[in-house]
Design a protein around this ligand. Sequence first.
Ligand code: SF4
Length: 346
Amino acid sequence: MKLLLHACCAPCSEYPVDTLRKENIEPTMLWYNPNIHPYEEYVLRRDSFVKYCENHNLEFIMIDEYGLDEFCKNVSDNIDARCATYCYPVRLNKVFEIAKEKGFDTVSTTLLYSIYQKHDFIKNYMENKSKETGIEFLYRDFRVGFWVGHEMAIEDGLYMQKYCGCVFSEEDAALTHKMKMPPLPDGFEFIEVKRNEVIRKEKEDKEKFMNLLLEADPNESLVKEYLDKGDLYSLYYKDELASVAVVLEIDSDTVELKNIATKEEYRGRGFGKKLLKSLFGNYKQKYKKMIVGTTENNIPFYVKQGFDKFEKRVDNFFIDNYGDDLYDGNLHCKDMHYYSKELNKE
Ligand code: SF4
């Protein structure tokens, strides 16, 4: 594949380029963003893009055009519709034009990364243009890495713009002092993001985490039951799943940690604790207490995490639900011990 990737700016290129390179796709970048205002801002973003490409050994094509006159002439009839009627088409058409001229067989754009852009419009426009020109469109929903890319850009010391680009978006940002934050794509609710770690609430396809959940709780029908009703959280380290947890509401004050599991290769690195800490912060907004049921072996771990109040013991719980031959290390599992943690202590 010979991919031409339109870049709207350097920060928005970080995550898409990183993701594509992990797929062994090496993009050539294209700078064409004539609607950025004022000229000083245009220069800042352009130069930051060039520096980013050089630092990351990326090939790039530069179309250095500042197009304020054309922009004003073309959007003045309906300023509110400017993104779809002019700004996206003029840039995306150029990607296909340059791809054809320079012999690229596939195109895409980092506009698909920003949660502030009109994602579905861009996707449909690229798909239609692809049919019209015969040049492949590589679609990825890069928005899932929005906060990861944001961290990468800060670490790289890139120039971080405060508005989308044109004079009207600059006015919006200046008057409201913030850009409007649109919802994240379905199925993604980030609760914490660091450079290489993302904790998120998973809303779809929960069963794909079943194998890892079974490592902590081998009764598949019980897991299915609470997975169905509960909230599932994942912790990814460098895009690889490391830990999962399931939390279930018990009553208006209490939630129960039903399962927490870390992949063998990630154990002993504190991922389970990080995930738990995040959950405490999340649930303390609404609930007073989190409980956990455990075998005797794991009581010290949970007490250390703040589950310091003994609640109850359910005799023969494991024998009744898992049969007589369930072992946790050398421990023959019989009774379930419940401990609780006051969330507002967090
Ligand atoms: S808001 Fe952004 S996408 Fe829309 S016209 Fe302005 S610069 Fe272009």
